[in-house]
Design a protein around this ligand. Structure first.
Ligand code: GAP
Length: 514
C-alpha cells in the first residue's frame, strides 16, 4: 500500500505535470523553497483569494481592504519587534555540514514518541482482537504511560527553553536526547545560534548612503500603520476590520514540504480593531467564523482541528491555530491571534504620532485592541490540492487521477468537446464556448479520443465536460458529464449556463457562511 509519503510525492509531481506549481527557475535547477504557479495554479490561487476576499469584504460591511507596499520604513520592523526577535534557532552538523532548525529537530523527535505510542496501540489491537478497548488501553498500558510521561517532560523542557530563548538549553536537549543528524547519522553538533528571518536590501544609491530596508515578513504591519488613514477616510467606527492579501518573505532556515514552508509566499491577513476589554469575545467569534470558512469548502470536517496556544507571546492574550491534516500530519494553515494593543502602541511610541481612535459613543480616545486572522495562500492551496487528489480504479480495470476540487475553486469550470472533428461539430462546440466564456473559465478541446479528453480534465479538476455530438445538431442538446460521479446527463444548451453557475460560483460558498 502507498504510504502518505508516496502520496505526497505523487501530488507534487502531479502539480508540476498539470501546470499547477513549478519549481522557480526550473531550467537553472530551481531556487530552494521558491515556487512559480503555472496556468492552472494561478487560477486556483486566484479563486482561493477571491473566496477569502469576498468573505471578508462583501459579507462584513465593517471590513474594507487595502494593498500596502512591500517596502516599508525600516523603523516599522524595529517597532514591531521583528528586528530584535524574529529569529529561529539554528544548529549545524559538523560532519554533514547540514543546517537545521534546533526547534524543528526537537519537535520531530517529540513526534517519534507519538509514533512509538501508536505502535504499542497497534500491537494491543492485534493481541486483544475484538475485545480491544483502545481508550482504556491508552489510559492504562504501562509502556504507553511511560512513553507519554517522557514525551510530556521533554515537551515542557523544550517549551521553557523556547520561551526563554535559551539556546544552550536547546542544544543540551539535542545532546541529552541523542538526536542525530539525518544525513551523517552523527551527534557532532555546533552551538545553537539565532538567525533573523528577514531579508534585507538597500534603497537608494550606496554613494549617497543607502537606507537598509526589509522585504516584509508579514503583511499585517502595512495594515497597522494605515489603520488611522483608513478609519478617517472611510469614516469607520470601531469595531471594524482591514483586510489585505500580499506577498511576504522569510529567509527560512529549513524549507520543507513543497509549498508548505517557502521563502517567498503570500498571506491573507485581516486585523479587526475593537474596544479594549471586548477582545476575547471577538477572538471567540473570529475563531468560529474562520473555521466555518474552511469547512464550507467541503474538504472534510474531520481534517480540521484547533490548536490553542498554552504559552502566549508577551503581546498576545489568546491565540489559536487552525490545523489541517496534510499527508505529513496535522499542520497550521491559519493563525488567529488576540494581539492586544501591542503593535499600535509600539507604532505610536516609535513614530511619535498620536494614533489613538476617538470613540464617539464613549466620548474618549484609546488605542484599539486587535484580533488578527492570518492565513497563508500557498498553505491553503496545499490543503485543497492534497485533499482533492485521488487515484481511482474504475470498472473494467481502467484508472484515472482526479482532482475533486471544490467547483468554485477549480481553474477551469467546463470543457467543451466536439465528439469528432468533422460534420460541423467543432463549429457548434465553438458557438457554445463563445457563449459560456464570458461567465466561466471554459476550455475547448478537440484532440484525442473523448476518453482521453475526459481524463485530462479530471486531472486538473474541471467539474463539467460538455460533449457535442450529431444529436446536438438536430435538437440542441449536449451531454453534460460530472467530474466526480462521471454521470452523463442530456441537457439543453439553453440550460447549461444555469446548471454550471449553480455549482461553480463563489457565491454558492459565500451563502453557506451567513
Ligand atoms: N501576522 C501574523 C503572522 O504572520 P504567522 O503564524 O507567522 O503569523 C501566518 O503566519 C500564516 O502565514 C501561517 O499560518 C501560514 O499559513 C503562513 N506562513 C507563514 N510562514 C510561511 C512560509 N514560510 N511559507 C508559507 N506560508 C507561511
Amino acid at each position: 500500500m502507498a504510504t502518505q509519503d508516496d502520496v505526497f510525492k505523487k501530488i507534487v509531481s502531479h502539480a508540476k505535470e498539470y501546470g499547477f506549481v513549478f519549481p522557480s527557475s526550473d531550467i537553472y535547477d530551481g531556487l530552494s523553497a521558491v515556487y512559480d504557479y503555472g496556468q492552472n495554479g494561478v487560477e486556483l490561487k486566484n479563486n482561493i483569494k477571491r473566496y477569502w476576499w469576498d468573505a471578508m469584504t462583501l459579507l462584513n460591511e465593517n471590513i474594507v481592504g487595502i494593498d500596502s507596499a512591500i517596502f516599508m520604513h525600516p523603523t516599522i520592523w524595529k517597532a514591531s519587534g521583528h528586528v530584535d526577535a524574529f529569529n529561529d534557532p539554528l544548529i549545524d552538523n559538523r560532519d554533514s555540514k547540514k543546517r537545521y532548525r534546533a526547534d524543528v529537530l526537537i519537535e520531530d523527535h517529540i513526534a517519534k514518541y507519538d509514533d512509538k505510542i501508536e505502535k504499542e496501540v497497534t500491537k494491543g489491537r492485534k493481541r486483544f482482537k475484538e475485545s480491544f478497548d483502545e481508550s482504556q488501553f491508552r489510559a492504562t498500558n504501562p509502556r504507553i504511560l511511560e512513553i507519554a510521561a517522557r514525551r510530556d517532560a521533554l515537551h515542557t523542557r523544550f517549551s521553557e527553553a523556547m520561551n526563554a530563548a535559551n539556546l544552550d538549553e536547546l542544544r543540551q536537549i539535542i545532546i541529552d536526547e541523542e538526536i542525530v543528524c539525518p544525513v551523517s547519522g552523527t551527534k557532532n553538533w555546533t552551538e545553537v545560534r539565532q538567525f533573523n528571518l528577514m531579508f534585507k536590501t538597500e534603497m537608494g544609491s550606496t554613494a549617497d548612503g543607502a537606507m537598509a530596508v526589509y522585504l516584509r515578513p508579514e503583511t499585517a504591519q502595512g495594515i497597522f500603520v494605515n489603520y488611522l488613514n483608513v478609519q478617517k477616510t472611510g469614516r469607520m467606527r470601531i469595531p471594524f476590520g482591514i483586510a489585505q492579501i500580499g506577498k511576504a518573505f522569510r529567509n527560512e532556515i529549513v524549507a520543507r514540504q513543497f509549498i508548505f514552508r517557502m521563502r517567498e509566499f503570500e498571506q491573507m491577513e485581516m486585523q479587526f480593531f475593537v474596544r479594549p476589554g471586548s477582545e476575547l469575545e471577538w477572538f471567540g467569534k473570529w475563531k468560529e467564523t474562520r473555521m466555518r470558512w474552511h469547512k464550507a469548502l467541503g474538504l472534510g470536517d474531520e481534517k480540521y482541528r484547533y490548536h490553542d496556544h498554552e504559552k502566549l507571546a508577551h503581546y498576545a492574550n489568546a491565540a489559536t491555530d487552525i490545523e489541517f491534516r496534510m499527508p505529513f500530519g496535522f499542520k497550521e494553515v491559519e493563525g488567529i491571534h488576540s494581539r492586544t494593543d501591542f503593535d499600535l502602541s509600539q507604532h505610536e511610541k516609535f513614530s511619535g504620532k498620536n494614533i489613538k481612535y476617538f470613540d464617539p459613543e464613549l466620548n474618549e480616545s484609546y488605542v484599539p485592541y486587535v484580533i488578527e486572522t492570518s492565513i497563508g495562500v500557498d498553505r491553503m492551496f496545499l490543503t485543497v490540492l492534497c485533499s482533492s487528489y485521488e487515484e481511482q480504479s474504475l470498472e473494467g480495470g481502467d484508472t484515472r487521477v482526479v482532482l475533486h476540487l471544490p467547483a468554485p475553486l477549480a481553474p477551469v469550470k467546463c470543457a467543451v468537446m466536439p465528439l469528432v472533428r468533422k460534420d460541423g461539430l467543432p463549429d457548434k462546440a465553438r458557438e457554445i464556448v463563445n457563449d459560456l466564456k464570458f461567465d466561466f473559465a471554459t476550455h475547448y478541446d478537440e484532440k484525442d479520443s473523448i476518453g482521453k479528453r475526459y481524463r485530462r480534465q479530471d486531472a486538473i479538476g474541471t467539474p463539467f465536460c460538455i460533449t457535442v455530438d450529431h444529436q446536438t445538431l438536430e435538437d440542441n442538446t449536449v451531454t453534460l458529464r460530472h467530474r466526480d460521479s462521471m454521470e452523463q446527463q442530456r441537457v439543453n444548451i439553453a440550460d447549461l449556463h444555469r446548471l454550471i453557475h449553480d455549482n461553480v460560483s463563489i457565491n454558492s460558498l459565500l451563502r453557506k457562511l451567513v
